[in-house]
Design a protein around this ligand. Structure first.
Ligand SMILES: [Zn+2]
Ligand SMILES: [Zn+2]
Length: 411
């Protein structure tokens, strides 16, 4: 089969690899109909996540048709259309039983690798390095889905692939991020990063009762989408002092909650930005937490920080004093997709939230190397790329290439 494979930093190729087969009775084999490139795939692409091996198959956002099931999978049959959550979760352990699916105790055979540093680690994840279990990903024609009897959800009749594909990760991630803010009527929410998760988080925050949502980024086209498609009040951090602006816009208090949907590759300005870039490049700091520091500073006293952005290791100059002095609450972690998948599919069915507006590019798997390049460099006004193994046919309108990216320094 064809699969999108990792071959080192910024080196993605489409290879022919053996088809996956059933290994355990609870496995299913899925023929992928649609898959997406995620912002967190870029951390692998840029070489920030250790333990990737040459030839590893990428991708944790995928859906498709069941073609084969193990003997213990009684809820799915060949022909069923399913969406698959990105965390691989057993359904039986203490964490799964407490709806903390992304913290499953049984699905990551390599959890020992991080136990010394972190004390414990989370669930296995499709296509996300050997730290997360070394599972083959779904940017491929076929994929083996472990614990297929508990994770995947059948797609409701009448919904298209493009309507439901983001239930695999970014829609539940955005929803969980907004839910972690404990939004009360009249609340203000500030969101750093207008990538796919940030944009959906704006919609989710409004859905959960926020009165005003502020969105912070530096790319004018993304800020434009945040404003016109999601109704956010937008701020460009290269033009505005964010803390001052947010205080002025919230009667001097600051936002009730702040969402960092940027994570460990944030771009900063000034001395602080240079400090983090240098330290990260020297491996003295694994993550660059500029967005997080700004959120801590801007948030109102007693407010909440919600962090869906991915952090992989250690951050420096973390203003713990500010978190303490201001009495902030922080909530973070991988998304418990299995908890949100079905309720959010109902929101899509009812028309309450549509996530398909994010799709800016449609490609075939063969075009994945170009897709990663465009997405990584934020060219072509790219927000979200979806891929079909066989492409979309000649009639699909395709964005015109050629617009150059903004060319920022990245280590
Ligand atoms: Zn993702
Ligand atoms: Zn479990």
């Amino acid at each position: 089969m064809k699969a999108v494979c990792w071959h080192g930093k910024r080196n993605i190729q489409v290879d022919t690899v053996p088809d996956p087969g059933l290994i355990n009775p609870r496995d299913a084999i899925v023929k992928v109909s649609l898959t997406a490139i995620c912002g967190s795939d870029l951390h692998l692409y840029n070489g920030y996540v250790p333990t990737m091996k040459d030839g590893d198959i990428m991708g944790h956002e995928f859906m498709g048709e069941v073609v084969e099931t193990g003997s213990a999978v009684t809820n799915l049959r060949p022909g069923d259309r399913i969406v698959v959550p990105f965390p691989i979760s057993c359904g039986n352990c203490w964490y799964c039983q407490h709806d903390l699916w992304a913290l499953c105790d049984n699905s990551n055979p390599n959890s020992y690798l991080l136990e010394k540093a972190f004390g414990d680690t989370g669930a296995g994840i499709f296509g996300y390095s050997h730290l997360y279990g070394g599972y083959a990903g779904g940017q491929a024609e076929y994929v083996r889905v472990p614990y297929a009897d508990v994770g995947p959800a059948k797609v409701a009749e009448g919904l298209t692939d493009e309507q439901v594909i983001f239930l695999t990760d970014i829609f539940p991630t955005a929803y969980q991020a907004a839910e972690y803010c404990n939004i009360n009527p009249g609340d203000t929410v500030a969101i750093w990063g207008c990538g796919p998760v940030g944009l959906l988080a704006i919609k989710c925050a409004y859905h959960l009762g926020a009165e005003k949502v502020f969105a912070i980024d530096r790319f004018p086209d993304r800020l434009n989408v945040a404003s016109t498609k999601c109704g956010a009040h937008v701020l460009n951090y290269e033009e505005t002092d964010i803390t001052t602006a947010l205080h002025e816009l919230t009667g001097g208090r600051g936002p009730d909650s702040c969402i960092d949907s940027v994570g460990m590759e944030a771009h900063g300005t000034g001395v602080e930005g240079i400090y983090d870039t240098v330290k990260q490049s020297l491996r003295l700091e694994s993550d660059r937490p500029m967005a997080l520091r700004q959120a801590i500073k801007a948030c109102r006293k007693g407010g909440t920080l919600s962090v869906p952005g991915v952090y992989s290791g250690f951050v420096d100059k973390m203003p713990m004093g500010a978190i303490f002095a201001k009495g902030l609450t922080m909530r973070t972690g991988q998304t418990h997709v299995q908890k949100y998948l079905r309720p959010l599919m109902q929101l899509i069915e009812s028309g309450a939230i549509d996530s398909s507006f994010l799709i800016s590019h449609r490609m075939s798997l063969d075009e994945a190397p170009r897709g990663y390049d465009i997405f990584c460099n934020k060219q072509d006004q790219c927000i979200k790329i979806v891929m079909r193994p066989d492409g979309f046919g000649a009639t699909t309108p395709f964005p015109v290439a050629g617009q150059t990216g903004t060319g920022h320094l990245e280590m």
